[in-house]
Design a protein around this ligand. Structure first.
Ligand code: PFF
Length: 478
């Protein structure tokens, strides 16, 4: 029986939901190109060290906080130390902002999947624009809003379905499907001549970037790791709060980053070799997911190109939805818990609707500013401040204000997320004591095997690492 708050049906269901939250646009879009342009294998090493020494510990901390208190992020801080409840609000706000731009991107992915579906049946899925579709779509306010709304509704409906009946049910089917689709694409791409250059770009060890700009690489890897593992905004605490006491937290805290990294590496083995095999520049950076990949499938040609295109965007869509539902749940759960604390019914459906509606409104400028390309339906932040597109081209516009997406991203991923995670590690390491985590890990009769390791992580490595990230992030925005 689900209690009022909701709970997972099984540890497998929890893992699918948590890995689903972690695996998202960050893995398939961000990871391959960041790895490729930051030293390949050298970047991977830094990433793995950070994931092992900071990511796993923060993951365990969040899961333990949630399960111990049986509360979502705000409630958890309230119970553990009232005066730090602001960290819980930070996290919630962060998830709120991320979801607003994440859903705009999710909507675009949905549009591409539909485009390929139409093309598979012989229609023109690209509004007569061919591979110039991306530039057209950004300025087509109607499509941008429509698909943003559709993606938001998918997210909303799943979250309304509840923890077990919505999130777990969806993730348990979607995640294995995603892995299967990714494998099909990897194998197909591996058989294409020229793919090998893509593997080289991603994996070739190049220690130059580490020598030239160590902090830059560290910051990129750390930012990517936090975003990719869905840490620092209470999402994992919320998911942990629905987990049965008998389940092994320590093992789960390792499994989630393991699969997240595995899927990121698999994505790198699909995306970059595909670019290499089909003559597309893989250094495209953020444009990779849309413009470059469309050219890849166009060059692949014929029915197979459309089929592969559809499978690819469908899998990205799955990845984006399993992440967006976790972001929405993180905020909805705060309201549910507040109602329960007042002795009322949680009112999940109503809360989901209110929060999703608010997030939608906040994201509208992201959908309508053509990602800052200038002259769109809604001016980008830099235009509002009197800068021009020429200033943007000349590099005079700070990253934080070059479009609404980057503004929200800098605030959330850049500031709130590392700040929240840093304060949490300090609280666990020094204020509440690592005892909190120990008790929770041992709750189901499991031994806390890596107790010493985690203590060092919470006390020293995570706070120092996060401080460096925070400083580097803030510096890079201006
Ligand atoms: N981890 C997701 C990704 O890699 O795309 C994004 C994300 C989901 C970030 C949930 C934060 C979060 F709470």
């Amino acid at each position: 029986m689900e209690n009022k708050r909701g709970s997972w049906g099984s540890n497998f269901g929890f893992l699918m939901a948590a890995v689903g939250s972690a695996v998202g646009l960050g893995n398939i879009w961000g990871f391959p190109y960041k790895m490729g342009s930051n030293g390949g294998f050298a970047f991977l090493l830094v990433y793995l060290l950070l994931a092992a020494f900071v990511g796993v510990a923060v993951m365990l901390g969040e899961l333990a906080m949630g399960r111990k208190t049986g509360q979502s992020t705000v409630g958890a801080y309230k119970q553990l130390s009232e005066k730090f409840v602001f960290v819980g609000y930070f996290g919630t706000l962060c998830g709120f902002l991320i979801l607003s731009f994440y859903s705009v991107l999710g909507g675009m992915v949905l549009r591409y999947a539909i485009g390929y579906l139409i093309a598979m049946f012989g229609g023109d899925g690209w509004a007569g624009q061919g591979t110039g579709f991306f530039g057209w779509l950004l300025y087509d306010s109607g499509s941008m809003l429509l698909f943003y709304a559709l993606f938001s509704i998918i997210t909303l409906v799943i979250v309304m379905g509840g923890v077990k009946g919505g999130i777990e049910k969806f993730s348990s089917v979607a995640m294995p499907a995603l892995a299967a689709l990714l494998l099909i694409i990897i194998i197909y791409i591996a058989c294409q001549p020229g793919a090998v250059d893509g593997y080289k770009f991603v994996f070739k060890p190049n220690f130059e970037p580490l020598k030239n700009d160590f902090f830059g690489v560290l910051k990129t890897a750390a930012g990517q790791m936090f975003f990719s593992l869905s840490l620092g905004m209470g999402v994992m605490a919320t998911y942990g709060s629905y987990l049965d006491k008998k389940e092994n937290l320590q093992k789960n805290a390792v499994i989630i980053p393991f699969f997240d990294t595995l899927i990121a590496l698999m994505a790198a083995c699909a995306v970059m070799p595909a670019c290499a095999a089909f003559g597309v520049d893989f250094g495209a950076g953020p444009g990779l997911l849309f413009a470059s990949m469309q050219t890849v499938f166009a060059n692949m040609g014929g029915f197979i190109g459309n089929l592969m295109g559809f499978l690819f965007y469908f899998l990205v869509l799955i990845a984006a939805v399993t992440s967006s539902i976790s972001l929405l749940e993180g905020t909805v759960a705060v309201l549910n818990d507040r109602n329960i604390a007042k002795g009322k019914e949680p009112a999940r459906k109503k809360n989901s609707l209110i929060i999703a509606g608010l997030i939608f409104i906040v994201g509208i400028p992201v959908a309508l500013d053509a990602l800052g390309s200038g002259g769109a339906a809604v001016p980008a932040p830099y235009e509002l401040l009197g800068f021009t597109v020429e200033d943007l081209g000349a590099g005079l516009v700070p990253v934080a204000i070059d479009c609404w997406l980057d503004l929200y991203d800098c605030l959330s991923e850049g500031i709130f997320m590392p700040l929240g995670a840093m304060i949490m590690s300090i609280l666990i390491g020094w204020v509440w004591g690592t005892k909190l985590v120990k008790e929770e890990v041992e709750a189901g009769g499991h031994t806390y095997k890596a107790a010493k390791f985690f203590e060092i992580c919470f006390k020293f490595i995570a706070p120092i690492g996060l401080l460096i990230v925070l400083i580097a992030q803030i510096q890079s925005f201006f």
